[in-house]
Design a protein around this ligand. Sequence first.
Ligand SMILES: NC(=O)c1ccc[n+]([C@@H]2O[C@H](COP(=O)([O-])OP(=O)(O)OC[C@H]3O[C@@H](n4cnc5c(N)ncnc54)[C@H](OP(=O)(O)O)[C@@H]3O)[C@@H](O)[C@H]2O)c1
Length: 298
Amino acid sequence: MPGACSFLPNLASAPHFESLRSDPPNLASIARMERTKQPIVILGAGYTGKFLYRLARKQGETVFATSRWPENHLSFTRPEDRLAFDLHRKETWESLPPQSQLIWCFPALPAKAASAFARHMTSQKCRFLVLGTTSAFPRLGGGIIDETMEVDLAKPRTQSEEDLRKIHGAIVLRLAGLYGPGRNVLDWIRKGKIFSSERYVNLIHVEDVAGICLKALTHAPPGSAYIVSDGVPRRWSEICTMAVRRWGIPRPPHSHGKDGGKQLSSCKVLRELNYQLRYPDLYEALDILEQDPRGTHS
Ligand SMILES: NC(=O)c1ccc[n+]([C@@H]2O[C@H](COP(=O)([O-])OP(=O)(O)OC[C@H]3O[C@@H](n4cnc5c(N)ncnc54)[C@H](OP(=O)(O)O)[C@@H]3O)[C@@H](O)[C@H]2O)c1
């Protein structure tokens, strides 16, 4: 069962849980405390960035958000937290604060620009967390996919993320399909974007992505990679059946495509980062979205 993994961390052996013990803080935990004081910069604060910004502020972090058009696109931030940044305009790189924790929320392409930017920012003692996608994993005949599986380096985005991880120590989070306020799976069905098929889909609520990003900044080692999904691969046909029964949404046409999709494991991210999903159950999360589509009460 993909969703079934032990969430109980071994507190005695896991280095990142040392701060929970009563021993005097060691060098590793002091380094972590230092890191949390570094400003967080959300590079490309679009959909995920907005939730990240809000959560980071709520947790008392110093946080900046970037856009190529900050005055137009960052109305959800305080004016003093807005930065202009475009990967393709080198002069904008200088506006980013040194010694910061950069969360990269758009595809790290083209690879040459991504790598030059990473070199520049690591010389400024910055650290990176990169949001990738689970399309990095090749489609297999079946079975559970976890982080031990080889990624597909023929894909330029995956190759670029791997360079950032291996050369520049970036933490890479490979995200499953994002949903949340404004991106409601049931609306995709209502609008005819989905066929009822036997293909597996893996999803993750955007608020959990935000929570996992912040956990990863303090707990994930440089150069690590994690799959980020709710750990319950579902067939589209199952979701469509539930949409009919629970919300009275007409069943979309069936598709007999050969693509079986992927079944992703989320065990590593939940266990190593000691993260508890806020939305472990897709259908309960969709109930909440139906009642509060804009997420104003979350
Ligand atoms: N949506 C999904 O289901 C899904 C699944 C897996 C992975 N992901 C990945 O997760 C990440 C976050 O997704 P999201 O949906 O939150 O992204 P998003 O809403 O598109 O936000 C990313 C923002 O980055 C900025 N940007 C784009 N190109 C840029 C460049 N060259 N230089 C500087 N800024 C740039 C854009 O903002 P401005 O126009 O304001 O500059 C854009 O709105 C993305 O990397 C995405 O590929 C998404």
